[in-house]
Design a protein around this ligand. Structure first.
Ligand SMILES: Nc1ncnc2c1ncn2[C@@H]1O[C@H](COP(=O)(O)OP(=O)(O)O)[C@@H](O)[C@H]1O
Ligand SMILES: [Mg+2]
Length: 496
């Protein structure tokens, strides 16, 4: 897309974003009408497809504007199987069952929870560490240089595993703070701090009452006790006295072969000054959702999101000299560190992710910097927030979404045609973390046969009515057995 096209699209998107999610109620009718007229003027529809489907409102106007700029048409029929692109907030098993590899693009890898739930990520990192420590018994000089978990991931225990729970109860003392988080929630929901024996006793009583409760509560990963406790980083770096974290992106633009990228996002600040002893969670949790609960949010919301440039300038001004940091620490050391950590996490799950040509994923990664400039990974999120309710987000988010789609399209086309991936025309802000062209191909890949060869282009899509799914349960290509069809990380979840 040329720059003027992109500008036009960005403008359209920023208007259209008023239609997204929570902001819909405040959208004046005139603007809505204007947007719809404008959209049809720029992207007239002919009823012929190709079709795209968007499930949910997160980023919908940006995705929609992008697809319309390609001449595609939006369908509201979630069961339609002849789509070109499907982007859903909530994963649904049927989407993976009917997916036509090599012909379609489908947002979210079916088992991305290996990275995007707290227990999933913790387990993957631990297992990777065990594997790597075996490799490290190799002769010196032949060992690969790898990160240690303790160097970037705060000490964490699972509360749904009894010996881990006991280990935590035994080590706890009041000199340290801990944070307790549900495995598969987001936006700071269900999080609390543990600072005293009294708070620990309350947690123990809660767990005990669940243990005595109905059987369904006891299934690991699913029950309400599927939580982790994590050492609380008590000395975060502060911006004008406020706590912040950084949202960055891990993009899996292509799954066969893997083409994985890093993308910058933005910094999220609390409204209140940081006080480690305060019991008000809004000063501890930097999620926008938490900040929105404040009556001051509407007045001060622009202060709660900083661009990476702003963060870089601030750190240059305040800390470069006093802390002996290199110039532009944010874009040099910090960026490299985030990339290293993301690559490490990706490698931890690389062989376990379910991959088909056409699956792609955008994962939001939350990083905390402490006052010693140590970088901590807090978590990774599926379906990251793509709303643009602040000026900085209006500048950052459309670019992230458009480049995600551009890269997903270009890499899938190149894979299908057996072309070399690099250089990538679509690559602008994202940095390549992993080029899987040289990776060994998986031996058994459904639909591709046992050779693992690239799929041959399939016949062009007929723009026909959707085929009804045969009766009976769909094969288990999506969530794990026993899971509901849709993986719910809260409806309308934005991972922010
Ligand atoms: N170990 C920690 N130390 C300090 N602050 C933390 C820690 N873990 C989380 N936080 C704060 O809590 C917020 C929410 O935690 P997070 O793990 O991202 O869960 P959620 O999925 O609810 O967003 C983070 O954005 C950060 O501000
Ligand atoms: Mg988070």
């Amino acid at each position: 897309m040329g720059s003027s096209g992109e500008e036009q699209l960005s403008q359209l998107v920023s208007d259209a974003d008023l239609l997204d999610g929570a902001d819909t109620a405040s959208c004046p009718a005139a603007l809505l009408k204007e947007f719809l007229q404008d959209r049809d003027k720029h992207f007239p529809s002919n009823g012929q497809g190709p079709f795209f489907y968007i499930g949910g409102s997160n980023g919908a106007s940006i995705i929609s504007a992008y697809c319309r700029s390609k001449g595609w048409q939006r369908t509201q029929d979630s069961r339609r199987e002849d789509y070109k692109l499907k982007w859903c907030e909530i994963k649904c098993r049927d989407n993976y069952h009917s997916f036509r590899e090599g012909q379609q693009l489908l947002f979210q890898l079916p088992n991305n929870k290996l990275l995007t739930t707290k227990i999933g990520l913790l387990s993957a990192l631990r297992e990777h560490e065990r594997t790597v420590s075996k490799v490290n018994r190799m002769p010196p000089g032949t060992q690969p240089r790898v990160l240690k978990m303790e160097d970037f991931f705060p000490e964490t225990y699972r509360l749904d595993v009894s010996n881990e729970r006991q280990a935590f109860f035994t080590l706890f003392d009041e000199t340290q703070m801990w944070i307790c988080k549900p495995t598969a929630s987001n936006q700071g929901k269900g999080i609390f701090l543990i600072r005293s024996q009294e708070e620990l006793a309350t947690l123990q009583a809660k767990i005990q009452s669940m243990d005595d409760g109905p059987l369904h509560c006891k299934i690991p990963f699913r029950g309400p006790q599927a939580r982790v406790v994590q050492r609380y980083i008590q000395n975060p770096l502060l911006l004008n006295g406020k706590k912040f974290d950084v949202r960055s992106y891990l993009l899996i633009a292509c799954a066969v072969p893997y083409m994985v990228f890093f993308g910058h996002g933005y910094a999220r600040l609390t409204l209140n000054l940081y006080d480690p002893h305060s019991s008000d969670l809004s000063g501890h949790l930097t999620n926008q959702f938490m900040q929105k609960q404040s009556p001051l949010y509407m007045l001060l919301k622009e202060d709660t999101v900083w661009s990476m440039d702003h963060l870089n300038r601030y750190i240059n001004d305040k800390f470069q000299r006093t802390k002996g940091l290199p110039q532009d620490w944010v874009f040099t050391t910090f960026t490299k560190r985030m990339q290293q950590i993301m690559s490490h996490c990706f490698l931890a799950v690389k062989s376990k992710l379910e991959c088909k040509l056409g699956y792609f994923d955008l994962i939001g990664c939350d990083f905390l910097i402490d006052e010693n400039f140590k970088v901590w990974l807090l978590e990774m999120n599926s379906n990251p927030a793509l709303h643009t309710n602040c000026e900085v987000l209006k500048k950052v988010i459309p670019g992230v979404v458009m480049e995600t789609l551009d890269l997903a399209l270009e890499t899938s086309q190149k894979s299908l045609r057996g072309q070399k991936m690099l250089p990538l025309r679509a690559q602008r802000r994202f940095a390549l973390l992993h080029n899987g062209e040289a990776d060994p191909r998986p031996l058994l890949r459904p639909r591709l046969g046992a050779t693992g060869a690239r799929p041959r282009p399939l016949a062009p899509l007929p723009h026909a009515c959707p085929r009804p799914r045969p009766p009976g349960p769909a094969p288990n290509t999506g969530p794990a057995p026993g899971e509901p069809c849709a993986e719910r990380r809260g409806t309308g979840h934005r991972g922010s």
